[in-house]
Design a protein around this ligand. Structure first.
Ligand code: GLV
Ligand code: MN
Ligand code: MN
Length: 429
């Protein structure tokens, strides 16, 4: 041991320990694998959609793990779970760390889950190392991040941030007409906490990139500076159900044809706004959805995104101006409702710097990135200093059962999360 180390006091010793510390990568990986067994998909991924029985089972497992790590779990009226590791200062606001355990219907094992279980691993590692912090740490599982079953996405964090009311959130319906409020009750996860009553010192979210840039640039850590904004526009087109064989072409009121022309419009609008803007359609409901009936009603959601608010709003305005003209020309009725939105987000510069410094200190290659996907961090940023950390995923593939990451990428992301959280939560001896 060098003379220098003999001269360290206890606080310095804690700092040396902390600066060399790493999370337990195998334990993190095993937990990711174990969670993925709940709500398994059909091709190796997951189908743990919001407020399904599988979501309930995943919540119970997560709660057991949190309690085993010495945390106390609270639940709010939206079903968001908050697991608290106390700090040493009773007046210090907590540092929140989390993401979501719900998945797409054909989702991967890591989207959201890495952020929640990575946060749990941070606490488990701190327990192993005997590290105490001034600020409590709250590992968070936000409800309904995906918006796959109940639009909009990031619903619970949106209520938490005061963007949506609880009544609005409870009234959201899935494609079968079941409401968020009824389904939350059914799976037994209506908590007693008022949504948004908690105050945050800071919020960190670790997430896979869900895009190809980090892997292509051979960087291990994405330092997330911004998140692009989004509009979800739900179109309801009304035509006339009629026989596909016997109805002459000139007598059809074809809502399906209008839909396909609007798809083309969305593509054109996005391509006219390159680089940077995207647009597409992921959900369609054709009624009656029978091979030999022209659809009477078609409901679908246009998803457009951009980091530039002016471009984002201009894309929306153009689609909303041109789509009704397409429908008019075909005799189809057109109604549009905005069912999801957030403006582009700038994350808190001080926390972004903390993340970059942590990656640097740990020797991980890194670069700045803009998140293409939406995250609960986007709403948390409205009420607290917030930022995100990203790690790569293979071929940038996500919202797909084939989503893949490596144990080393997961560990690097969680290591950076650990060090950023320790910096913000302030280690005490
Ligand atoms: C959330 O997964 C999103 O749609 O970006
Ligand atoms: Mn996600
Ligand atoms: Mn997702």
């Amino acid at each position: 041991m060098s003379v220098g180390i003999y001269c360290l006091n206890l606080v310095d010793m804690v700092m040396v320990l902390a600066s060399n510390s790493r999370i337990n990568s195998q334990r993190l990986w095993d937990s990711l694998e174990e969670m993925a067994l709940i709500g398994p998909g059909v091709r190796g991924g997951c189908n743990r959609q919001t407020l399904t029985d599988a979501d309930g089972d995943g919540r119970h497992l997560f709660k057991r793990w949190c309690e085993a790590a010495g945390m106390t779990v609270g639940v709010d009226k939206m079903g968001t779970m908050f697991a608290t590791r106390p700090g040493t200062d009773p007046d210090a606001l907590p540092v929140y760390v989390g993401s979501h355990l719900d998945t797409q219907p054909t989702g991967g094992k890591y989207d959201g889950v890495l952020g929640v279980l990575g946060a749990l691993e941070v606490v488990r590692s701190m327990n192993d190392m005997g590290i105490k912090t001034k600020h409590p740490i709250v590992v968070t599982n936000w409800a309904n991040e995906e918006g796959a079953r109940f639009a909009p996405a990031m619903l619970a964090s949106g209520v938490f941030a005061g963007i949506h009311t609880l009544d609005y959130a409870y009234s959201r319906k899935d494609l079968e007409g079941k409401t968020y409020g009824d389904e939350l009750k059914r799976i037994g996860w209506v908590g007693d906490e008022e949504v948004g009553a908690r105050k945050m010192h800071a919020y960190y979210e670790l997430h896979i990139e869900q895009g190809p840039i980090l892997e292509a640039e051979d960087k291990t850590i994405g330092v997330v500076t911004h998140c692009q904004g989004l509009w979800w526009l739900e179109f309801t087109l009304t035509g006339k159900e009629a026989h596909t064989g016997s109805t002459p072409m000139n007598m059809r009121v074809n809502a399906g044809l209008a839909m396909s022309r609007i798809f083309e419009l969305v593509q054109t609008v996005a391509m006219d706004n390159q680089p940077g803007c995207v647009g597409g359609v992921g959900q369609v409901k054709f009624s009656p959805n029978s091979r030999n009936v022209l659809p009477g009603t078609v409901v679908f959601t246009v998803d457009i995104r951009s980091p530039d608010l002016t471009k984002l709003n201009a894309m929306r305005a153009r689609i909303e101006a041109e789509a009704p003209k397409i429908c008019d020309g075909l005799g189809v009725k057109c109604a549009v409702e905005a069912v999801g939105h957030f403006d582009p987000v700038t994350f808190t510069p001080e926390l972004v710097t903390t993340v970059r410094n942590a990656a640097e200190k740990l020797g991980y290659s890194h670069m700045n990135v803009i998140s293409g996907a939406g995250h609960d961090a986007c709403w948390a940023a409205k009420v607290a200093p917030t930022t995100m950390i990203m790690c790569p995923c293979v071929d940038g593939l996500s919202h797909n059962e084939d989503e893949k990451i490596t144990i080393d990428w997961a560990a690097a992301g969680a290591d950076v999360l650990l060090h950023a959280v320790l910096e913000t939560a302030e280690i005490v001896e």
